[in-house]
Ligand binder design. Structure first.
Ligand code: MSP
Length: 506
């Protein structure tokens, strides 16, 4: 059985989930559902990043001990993912005991490999980024991402010989053994790797909120080193937690989905750590772009942070998933606007797809009392469905996930035009019954194909439509068949009316 292991970043628990976290997680969920439907043994890991100075300070501010503080935010992430119907396989927390042990084990391996040494370090540290900012990245002395002044830190730390792995990592990326999507980001990394690469500090002396360094209890592991290891502890790579099943076979990871802000950690530091520890590298990294909201950078100070709850209240689960997924091309930055999303919802979900479903079922009820024996699908309609399936599959394969809904909407908009062209109401008036049946059959094939194609994105909508075909038990089977053989069957002759799927929004 083929396997597919994919991950999201583990999110910092200094803040509740917002649309940025939601975006990454929806991309991952849609892909996970897709591979699962195609029969892959799929493992989808998400979770939370709970150590480090940033979380420690946030806990202090809230007058709580760090662990209890983390627990409260973790609940918020979990309930957000539940309300968005995110079907992750596991939620990992960096405070999980077996994760802490895995981090220590990896560090020991790297240490034994001779890749860790002690040295003094002085640098400007941005707590929000949880990293030292090199001088050439500062903008007017401020962190370019957070606009705050980094703090001067001077400590004796442990260092990882990142520089030693520079060439190997470069070659793995160049050869495509480690793929980075999109191309522009891959080239950025390759370019940066041609410059001087410094070793990195991997421990903190004065921070207690972290995992103790296994060979020096006076220091804690740097939060990023701790966090990256979650991709191994999430599948219990070293079989540390005995109560879990053996999940090691999921490695190497097939896809790390991350935002562009953390690509360096994933494309350079993480592979170097794995090379040093003797573990195979992940296969692919997707670094997506960043959301701006109504044209502005999202920030608490500007008060324009969009939370998933707000979207769910306006659009409901299925439409939220679709709108967030398709708001802009995966590789670029883009804007999220509630107004534009409402327009898109009305245009594509209510007036295009929703309208096709309701007008077809209305005719089925009016002319045939919800019962017909469908004829074969016309070659014209078959061809259009076939084309939609082809583009759908290639958008998944090339990770152009934002384009997937459009592949389906073009099919449903074709069907709406087909209704106009064939004018079934005239055919009905003139009592050309066979012709009417074949028109309605074509529409039903198209609706069923579209409903199935929407399954990874809008699972509830798919279920509702399939119920009206009285075929719920075949959904998974039919999905696979449609994708692999491009065939679509309608088994029953009796149909159930469908409630309005998407009420128009003002
Ligand atoms: N904890 C680290 C990741 C460790 S992974 C081993 C971290 N956490 S985070 O909470 O800051 O989340 C970062 C991720 O959230 C980004 O990489 C991105 O996936 C997502 N986003 C956060 N803000 C975003 C936008 N404004 N737009 C799109 N996604 C963004 O970094």
């Amino acid at each position: 059985m083929k396997k597919f292991y994919l991950t999201t970043p583990i999110y910092y628990v200094n803040d509740e989930p917002h649309i940025g976290h939601t975006y990454t997680t929806i991309l991952a969920d849609v892909l996970a559902r897709y591979y699962k439907l195609l029969g892959y043994d799929t493992f989808f890991l998400t979770g939370t990043d709970e150590h480090g100075a940033k979380i420690y300070e946030a806990a202090l501010k809230n007058n709580m001990d760090p662990k209890s503080f983390c627990d409260t935010i973790v609940d918020k992430f979990k309930s957000a993912w539940q309300s968005l119907e995110i079907n992750y396989s596991r939620f990992i927390r960096t405070t999980d005991e077996h994760h802490e042990k895995t981090v220590q084990l990896i560090l020991k391996k790297i240490y034994e490999q001779g890749d860790i040494y002690k040295a003094n370090y002085e640098g400007l540290y941005c707590i929000q980024c949880e990293r030292y900012i090199p001088d050439d990245e500062l903008v007017d002395g401020l962190c370019p991402d957070h606009n705050i002044k980094p703090i001067l830190q001077r400590e004796e730390n442990y260092f990882f010989k990142l520089s030693k792995y520079k060439e190997v990592v470069y070659n793995k990326i160049l050869s495509g053994e480690l793929e980075i999507f999109p191309e522009t980001r891959r080239n950025e990394i390759l370019g940066k790797l041609q410059l001087k690469l410094e070793d990195i500090s991997i421990s903190r002396k004065h921070l207690k909120w972290g995992i103790p360094v296994p060979f020096d209890q006076q220091q804690t592991v740097y939060v990023w080193i701790d966090a990256l290891v979650n991709y191994l502890s999430g599948i219990d790579f070293f079989n540390i937690s005995l109560e879990t099943l053996d999940m090691k076979h999921f490695w190497p990871c097939d896809l790390h989905i991350i935002g562009k802000d953390i690509l360096w950690f994933h494309a350079v530091i993480w592979p170097a750590m794995l090379l040093s520890a003797g573990v195979e590298l992940p296969r692919k990294i997707l670094a997506h772009g960043f959301f701006t909201v109504e044209g502005k950078k999202m920030s608490k100070t500007l008060g324009n942070v969009i939370r998933p709850k707000e979207l769910l209240e306006i659009f409901g689960v299925d439409a939220t998933r679709l709108l967030v997924l398709s708001s802009f091309p995966v590789g670029s930055d883009g804007n999220f606007s509630i107004i534009e999303s409402k327009e898109k919802y009305n245009k594509e979900l209510a007036d295009n797809f929703g309208n096709l479903v309701s007008r077809t079922f209305a005719m089925l009820s009016k002319y045939f009392n919800n019962e017909i024996v469908p004829t074969e699908c016309s070659s014209e309609m078959k061809h259009t469905i076939y084309e939609a399936v082809n583009s759908y599959k290639s958008f998944f394969a090339e990770l152009s996930l934002d384009k997937i809904p459009d592949a389906i909407f073009s099919l449903t908009s074709y069907a709406n035009k087909y209704v106009q062209m064939k004018s079934p109401w005239i055919v009905a008036k003139e009592k050309r019954k066979d012709e009417l049946i074949s028109i309605l059959s074509d529409l039903l094939y198209c609706i069923k194909a579209s409903a199935l194609l929407f399954y990874p994105i809008m699972p509830n909508v798919t279920k509702k439509i399939v119920e009206s075909f009285n075929e719920t038990e075949y959904t998974e089977f039919d999905y696979k068949k449609l994708l692999e053989e491009k065939t679509i069957t309608i088994r029953n002759h009796k149909f159930k009316p469908v409630d309005i799927l998407f009420k128009k929004l003002k």
